[in-house]
Design a protein around this ligand. Structure first.
Ligand code: SD4
Length: 342
Protein backbone atom coordinates (compact mmCIF):
# COMPACT_ATOMS: atom_id res chain seq x y z
CA UNK A 1 0.00 0.00 0.00
CA UNK A 2 1.33 3.47 -0.83
CA UNK A 3 2.25 5.78 2.01
CA UNK A 4 -0.36 8.23 0.71
CA UNK A 5 -3.06 5.58 1.06
CA UNK A 6 -1.85 4.68 4.51
CA UNK A 7 -1.92 8.36 5.45
CA UNK A 8 -5.44 8.84 4.13
CA UNK A 9 -6.62 5.75 5.98
CA UNK A 10 -5.06 6.94 9.19
CA UNK A 11 -6.59 10.39 8.73
CA UNK A 12 -10.02 8.92 8.08
CA UNK A 13 -9.73 6.70 11.12
CA UNK A 14 -8.64 9.60 13.27
CA UNK A 15 -11.40 11.88 12.07
CA UNK A 16 -14.02 9.19 12.53
CA UNK A 17 -12.89 8.29 16.00
CA UNK A 18 -13.83 11.67 17.43
CA UNK A 19 -17.31 11.81 16.00
CA UNK A 20 -18.45 8.21 15.78
CA UNK A 21 -18.74 5.11 17.86
CA UNK A 22 -15.47 3.32 17.28
CA UNK A 23 -15.69 0.16 15.24
CA UNK A 24 -12.48 0.08 13.22
CA UNK A 25 -9.85 -2.46 14.24
CA UNK A 26 -6.32 -2.40 12.94
CA UNK A 27 -4.42 -5.62 12.34
CA UNK A 28 -1.02 -5.57 13.99
CA UNK A 29 0.71 -6.44 10.75
CA UNK A 30 -0.58 -6.40 7.21
CA UNK A 31 -0.89 -9.42 4.95
CA UNK A 32 0.22 -12.90 5.94
CA UNK A 33 -0.36 -13.71 9.56
CA UNK A 34 -3.27 -11.27 9.85
CA UNK A 35 -5.81 -14.01 9.17
CA UNK A 36 -9.25 -13.19 10.44
CA UNK A 37 -12.94 -13.79 9.91
CA UNK A 38 -15.74 -11.29 10.41
CA UNK A 39 -19.47 -11.93 10.25
CA UNK A 40 -22.70 -10.03 10.64
CA UNK A 41 -24.87 -10.23 13.77
CA UNK A 42 -24.53 -12.26 16.96
CA UNK A 43 -24.91 -15.57 15.15
CA UNK A 44 -21.69 -14.56 13.37
CA UNK A 45 -19.86 -15.90 16.43
CA UNK A 46 -20.80 -19.48 15.54
CA UNK A 47 -20.16 -18.93 11.85
CA UNK A 48 -16.73 -17.47 12.60
CA UNK A 49 -15.82 -20.43 14.79
CA UNK A 50 -16.70 -22.82 11.96
CA UNK A 51 -14.70 -20.75 9.48
CA UNK A 52 -11.75 -20.45 11.83
CA UNK A 53 -11.64 -24.22 12.16
CA UNK A 54 -11.08 -24.40 8.41
CA UNK A 55 -8.43 -21.67 8.36
CA UNK A 56 -6.67 -23.32 11.31
CA UNK A 57 -6.47 -26.57 9.37
CA UNK A 58 -4.76 -24.79 6.48
CA UNK A 59 -7.92 -24.17 4.45
CA UNK A 60 -8.40 -21.20 2.15
CA UNK A 61 -10.48 -18.12 2.80
CA UNK A 62 -13.01 -19.45 0.29
CA UNK A 63 -13.37 -22.77 2.10
CA UNK A 64 -13.61 -20.92 5.40
CA UNK A 65 -16.48 -18.64 4.38
CA UNK A 66 -18.39 -21.57 2.91
CA UNK A 67 -18.02 -23.46 6.20
CA UNK A 68 -19.16 -20.41 8.18
CA UNK A 69 -22.19 -19.90 5.96
CA UNK A 70 -23.11 -23.59 6.17
CA UNK A 71 -23.03 -23.34 9.95
CA UNK A 72 -25.56 -20.51 9.88
CA UNK A 73 -27.73 -22.29 7.32
CA UNK A 74 -27.99 -25.29 9.65
CA UNK A 75 -28.73 -23.23 12.78
CA UNK A 76 -32.23 -24.13 13.89
CA UNK A 77 -32.49 -21.05 16.10
CA UNK A 78 -32.16 -18.62 13.22
CA UNK A 79 -35.40 -17.59 11.49
CA UNK A 80 -33.64 -15.54 8.84
CA UNK A 81 -31.07 -17.89 7.29
CA UNK A 82 -31.28 -21.39 5.86
CA UNK A 83 -33.50 -24.21 7.05
CA UNK A 84 -35.21 -22.35 9.86
CA UNK A 85 -35.97 -19.25 7.78
CA UNK A 86 -39.32 -17.51 7.66
CA UNK A 87 -41.26 -17.97 4.42
CA UNK A 88 -42.63 -15.51 1.88
CA UNK A 89 -46.22 -14.23 1.98
CA UNK A 90 -47.43 -17.43 0.31
CA UNK A 91 -45.83 -19.59 2.99
CA UNK A 92 -42.94 -20.71 0.74
CA UNK A 93 -39.38 -20.64 2.09
CA UNK A 94 -36.94 -19.43 -0.58
CA UNK A 95 -33.23 -19.02 -0.02
CA UNK A 96 -30.63 -16.69 -1.55
CA UNK A 97 -26.85 -17.02 -1.30
CA UNK A 98 -23.63 -15.91 -2.93
CA UNK A 99 -19.94 -16.65 -2.59
CA UNK A 100 -16.97 -14.76 -3.99
CA UNK A 101 -13.24 -15.22 -4.11
CA UNK A 102 -10.78 -12.32 -4.12
CA UNK A 103 -9.76 -13.11 -7.69
CA UNK A 104 -13.21 -12.25 -9.03
CA UNK A 105 -14.65 -15.76 -9.24
CA UNK A 106 -18.20 -15.83 -7.92
CA UNK A 107 -21.42 -17.81 -7.84
CA UNK A 108 -24.94 -17.27 -6.58
CA UNK A 109 -28.39 -18.79 -6.26
CA UNK A 110 -31.68 -17.03 -5.69
CA UNK A 111 -35.21 -18.11 -4.80
CA UNK A 112 -33.95 -21.64 -4.20
CA UNK A 113 -36.41 -24.03 -2.53
CA UNK A 114 -35.87 -27.18 -0.48
CA UNK A 115 -32.07 -27.29 -0.55
CA UNK A 116 -30.40 -27.01 2.84
CA UNK A 117 -27.12 -25.37 1.85
CA UNK A 118 -27.60 -22.68 -0.80
CA UNK A 119 -24.06 -21.36 -0.26
CA UNK A 120 -22.62 -24.68 -1.43
CA UNK A 121 -24.87 -24.63 -4.49
CA UNK A 122 -23.59 -21.09 -5.15
CA UNK A 123 -20.03 -22.41 -4.96
CA UNK A 124 -20.92 -25.19 -7.40
CA UNK A 125 -22.38 -22.59 -9.79
CA UNK A 126 -19.06 -20.74 -9.55
CA UNK A 127 -16.87 -23.78 -10.04
CA UNK A 128 -18.89 -26.01 -12.34
CA UNK A 129 -20.78 -23.74 -14.72
CA UNK A 130 -19.87 -20.89 -17.05
CA UNK A 131 -22.48 -18.78 -15.20
CA UNK A 132 -22.63 -16.66 -12.07
CA UNK A 133 -26.24 -16.98 -10.92
CA UNK A 134 -29.03 -19.55 -11.13
CA UNK A 135 -32.53 -18.90 -9.84
CA UNK A 136 -35.68 -20.75 -8.80
CA UNK A 137 -36.45 -24.10 -10.45
CA UNK A 138 -33.28 -23.96 -12.54
CA UNK A 139 -31.14 -23.51 -9.44
CA UNK A 140 -32.89 -26.43 -7.75
CA UNK A 141 -32.54 -28.64 -10.83
CA UNK A 142 -28.81 -27.84 -10.96
CA UNK A 143 -28.44 -28.57 -7.23
CA UNK A 144 -30.13 -31.96 -7.62
CA UNK A 145 -27.90 -32.79 -10.59
CA UNK A 146 -24.91 -31.95 -8.39
CA UNK A 147 -26.04 -34.42 -5.74
CA UNK A 148 -27.67 -32.03 -3.25
CA UNK A 149 -30.71 -33.54 -1.61
CA UNK A 150 -34.24 -32.16 -1.79
CA UNK A 151 -35.42 -31.57 1.77
CA UNK A 152 -38.53 -29.75 3.01
CA UNK A 153 -37.08 -26.93 5.11
CA UNK A 154 -39.99 -24.99 6.57
CA UNK A 155 -40.06 -25.58 10.32
CA UNK A 156 -43.17 -25.73 12.48
CA UNK A 157 -42.06 -22.49 14.15
CA UNK A 158 -41.76 -20.68 10.83
CA UNK A 159 -45.16 -21.99 9.71
CA UNK A 160 -46.66 -20.80 12.97
CA UNK A 161 -45.08 -17.37 12.53
CA UNK A 162 -46.50 -17.17 9.01
CA UNK A 163 -50.01 -18.05 10.21
CA UNK A 164 -49.65 -15.36 12.85
CA UNK A 165 -48.47 -12.83 10.22
CA UNK A 166 -51.42 -13.65 7.94
CA UNK A 167 -53.87 -12.29 10.50
CA UNK A 168 -52.93 -8.80 9.34
CA UNK A 169 -50.73 -9.55 6.32
CA UNK A 170 -48.84 -6.27 6.54
CA UNK A 171 -45.38 -6.09 5.01
CA UNK A 172 -43.57 -3.72 7.33
CA UNK A 173 -39.96 -4.82 7.89
CA UNK A 174 -38.79 -4.04 11.40
CA UNK A 175 -35.51 -2.28 12.08
CA UNK A 176 -33.43 -5.24 13.10
CA UNK A 177 -31.04 -4.92 16.02
CA UNK A 178 -28.85 -7.28 17.98
CA UNK A 179 -31.01 -10.16 19.00
CA UNK A 180 -31.74 -11.38 22.42
CA UNK A 181 -30.47 -14.94 22.40
CA UNK A 182 -33.41 -16.24 24.42
CA UNK A 183 -35.91 -14.66 22.09
CA UNK A 184 -34.04 -16.14 19.15
CA UNK A 185 -34.67 -19.66 20.21
CA UNK A 186 -38.43 -19.27 20.34
CA UNK A 187 -40.63 -20.25 17.44
CA UNK A 188 -42.20 -17.23 15.82
CA UNK A 189 -39.28 -14.95 16.66
CA UNK A 190 -40.39 -11.43 15.87
CA UNK A 191 -37.30 -10.65 13.81
CA UNK A 192 -38.26 -10.67 10.20
CA UNK A 193 -34.87 -10.28 8.59
CA UNK A 194 -31.14 -10.71 9.24
CA UNK A 195 -28.52 -12.20 7.00
CA UNK A 196 -25.19 -13.87 7.50
CA UNK A 197 -22.47 -12.00 5.63
CA UNK A 198 -19.05 -13.48 6.29
CA UNK A 199 -15.64 -12.23 5.11
CA UNK A 200 -12.30 -13.95 5.61
CA UNK A 201 -8.64 -13.18 5.08
CA UNK A 202 -6.39 -16.22 5.14
CA UNK A 203 -2.72 -16.50 6.11
CA UNK A 204 -1.70 -16.22 2.44
CA UNK A 205 -3.43 -12.85 2.21
CA UNK A 206 -6.36 -14.15 0.12
CA UNK A 207 -9.82 -12.74 0.70
CA UNK A 208 -13.21 -14.36 0.22
CA UNK A 209 -16.80 -13.74 1.26
CA UNK A 210 -20.21 -15.37 1.40
CA UNK A 211 -23.71 -14.16 2.09
CA UNK A 212 -26.73 -16.35 2.86
CA UNK A 213 -30.31 -15.58 3.82
CA UNK A 214 -33.97 -16.49 3.60
CA UNK A 215 -34.48 -12.83 2.68
CA UNK A 216 -37.21 -10.57 3.98
CA UNK A 217 -39.91 -12.53 5.77
CA UNK A 218 -43.33 -12.24 4.10
CA UNK A 219 -41.81 -10.91 0.85
CA UNK A 220 -43.67 -11.37 -2.45
CA UNK A 221 -43.09 -14.82 -3.90
CA UNK A 222 -40.20 -14.44 -6.35
CA UNK A 223 -38.65 -11.44 -4.64
CA UNK A 224 -34.84 -11.51 -4.63
CA UNK A 225 -32.82 -9.34 -2.27
CA UNK A 226 -29.25 -8.13 -2.34
CA UNK A 227 -27.57 -11.17 -0.76
CA UNK A 228 -27.15 -13.23 -3.94
CA UNK A 229 -26.36 -10.20 -6.09
CA UNK A 230 -22.64 -9.74 -6.51
CA UNK A 231 -21.84 -6.09 -5.88
CA UNK A 232 -24.96 -5.49 -3.78
CA UNK A 233 -24.84 -7.96 -0.84
CA UNK A 234 -21.25 -9.06 -1.34
CA UNK A 235 -18.11 -7.98 -3.12
CA UNK A 236 -14.51 -9.14 -2.80
CA UNK A 237 -11.32 -8.01 -4.48
CA UNK A 238 -7.91 -9.25 -3.36
CA UNK A 239 -6.36 -5.94 -4.44
CA UNK A 240 -8.44 -3.98 -1.93
CA UNK A 241 -10.77 -5.77 0.45
CA UNK A 242 -14.23 -7.23 0.88
CA UNK A 243 -17.66 -5.98 1.92
CA UNK A 244 -21.02 -7.49 2.74
CA UNK A 245 -24.41 -6.18 3.78
CA UNK A 246 -27.47 -6.92 5.87
CA UNK A 247 -30.78 -5.12 6.03
CA UNK A 248 -33.44 -4.27 3.49
CA UNK A 249 -31.81 -5.48 0.30
CA UNK A 250 -33.60 -3.14 -2.08
CA UNK A 251 -31.45 -0.30 -0.70
CA UNK A 252 -28.24 -2.24 -1.30
CA UNK A 253 -29.26 -3.08 -4.86
CA UNK A 254 -30.14 0.56 -5.62
CA UNK A 255 -26.67 1.61 -4.53
CA UNK A 256 -24.54 -1.36 -5.73
CA UNK A 257 -23.54 -1.02 -2.12
CA UNK A 258 -20.93 -3.71 -1.41
CA UNK A 259 -19.13 -2.79 -4.61
CA UNK A 260 -19.33 0.84 -3.52
CA UNK A 261 -17.74 0.05 -0.15
CA UNK A 262 -14.87 -1.82 -1.84
CA UNK A 263 -14.35 0.98 -4.36
CA UNK A 264 -14.26 3.57 -1.56
CA UNK A 265 -11.58 1.47 0.15
CA UNK A 266 -9.71 1.37 -3.17
CA UNK A 267 -9.68 5.16 -3.06
CA UNK A 268 -7.96 5.01 0.33
CA UNK A 269 -10.88 5.04 2.77
CA UNK A 270 -10.68 2.88 5.87
CA UNK A 271 -13.26 0.06 6.05
CA UNK A 272 -15.31 1.99 8.60
CA UNK A 273 -15.19 5.22 6.66
CA UNK A 274 -16.15 3.40 3.47
CA UNK A 275 -19.12 1.78 5.23
CA UNK A 276 -20.18 5.13 6.62
CA UNK A 277 -19.98 6.83 3.23
CA UNK A 278 -22.09 4.05 1.73
CA UNK A 279 -24.70 4.56 4.47
CA UNK A 280 -24.68 8.30 3.71
CA UNK A 281 -25.36 7.43 0.08
CA UNK A 282 -28.39 5.33 1.10
CA UNK A 283 -29.73 8.23 3.17
CA UNK A 284 -29.17 10.82 0.43
CA UNK A 285 -31.08 8.69 -2.03
CA UNK A 286 -34.08 7.95 0.22
CA UNK A 287 -34.00 10.13 3.33
CA UNK A 288 -37.54 9.38 4.47
CA UNK A 289 -37.36 5.62 3.95
CA UNK A 290 -33.99 5.54 5.73
CA UNK A 291 -35.69 6.39 9.02
CA UNK A 292 -37.92 3.36 8.79
CA UNK A 293 -35.58 0.62 7.65
CA UNK A 294 -32.24 -0.91 8.52
CA UNK A 295 -29.15 -1.10 6.32
CA UNK A 296 -25.80 -2.41 7.63
CA UNK A 297 -22.38 -2.78 6.06
CA UNK A 298 -19.36 -4.77 7.18
CA UNK A 299 -15.95 -4.48 5.49
CA UNK A 300 -12.51 -6.04 5.77
CA UNK A 301 -9.53 -4.72 3.86
CA UNK A 302 -6.53 -6.66 2.63
CA UNK A 303 -4.50 -5.43 5.61
CA UNK A 304 -6.97 -7.03 8.01
CA UNK A 305 -8.63 -3.81 9.15
CA UNK A 306 -12.33 -4.15 9.89
CA UNK A 307 -15.11 -1.58 9.83
CA UNK A 308 -18.89 -1.55 10.08
CA UNK A 309 -21.64 1.03 9.94
CA UNK A 310 -25.43 0.96 9.91
CA UNK A 311 -28.37 3.27 9.44
CA UNK A 312 -29.77 2.45 12.89
CA UNK A 313 -27.93 1.50 16.03
CA UNK A 314 -28.08 -2.14 17.07
CA UNK A 315 -26.03 -3.73 14.31
CA UNK A 316 -23.31 -5.96 15.73
CA UNK A 317 -20.63 -8.02 14.06
CA UNK A 318 -18.38 -10.83 15.26
CA UNK A 319 -14.62 -10.91 14.77
CA UNK A 320 -12.39 -13.95 15.12
CA UNK A 321 -8.67 -13.34 14.70
CA UNK A 322 -7.27 -16.27 16.64
CA UNK A 323 -5.56 -13.88 19.05
CA UNK A 324 -4.78 -14.62 22.66
CA UNK A 325 -7.78 -12.71 23.99
CA UNK A 326 -11.43 -13.64 23.66
CA UNK A 327 -11.47 -14.02 19.92
CA UNK A 328 -15.13 -14.46 19.35
CA UNK A 329 -16.12 -11.00 20.41
CA UNK A 330 -19.10 -9.03 19.24
CA UNK A 331 -18.59 -5.41 18.28
CA UNK A 332 -21.12 -2.61 17.98
CA UNK A 333 -21.18 -0.88 14.63
CA UNK A 334 -21.56 2.85 14.39
CA UNK A 335 -24.89 4.19 13.18
CA UNK A 336 -26.50 7.36 11.94
CA UNK A 337 -29.74 7.06 13.86
CA UNK A 338 -30.04 6.10 17.47
CA UNK A 339 -33.22 4.92 19.16
CA UNK A 340 -34.55 8.40 19.83
CA UNK A 341 -34.34 9.85 16.34
CA UNK A 342 -36.21 7.36 14.17
C1 SD4 B 1 -32.54 -9.26 1.93
N1 SD4 B 1 -30.57 -8.36 2.91
O1 SD4 B 1 -33.03 -10.26 1.44
C2 SD4 B 1 -31.50 -9.43 3.00
C3 SD4 B 1 -32.19 -9.52 4.32
C4 SD4 B 1 -31.37 -9.07 5.47
O2 SD4 B 1 -31.16 -8.13 7.51
O3 SD4 B 1 -30.21 -9.01 5.47
N2 SD4 B 1 -31.89 -8.62 6.49
O4 SD4 B 1 -32.88 -8.13 1.61
Amino acid sequence: MTSRRRFLQAAALGAGAAALPSVALRATEAGAGAARVVSTWDFGVGANAAAWGVLGAGGTALEAVEAGARWAEADLCNPTVGRCGNPDRDGVLTLDASIMDGDGRCGAVAALEDIAHPVSVARAVMEKTPHVMLVGDGAQQFALEQGFEKTPLLTDGAREAWHEWRRESRYEPKINVERDRIQRSRPGDSHDHDTLGILALDAQGRLAGACTTSGMAWKLHGRVGDSPIVGAGLYVDNEVGAATASGVGEEMIRNAASFLVVELMRQGRSPMDACREAIDRVVRKRPEASRRLQVCFLALNRDGEVGAFALHEGFVYALHDGGAGPHERLHDAGAIYSEGVR
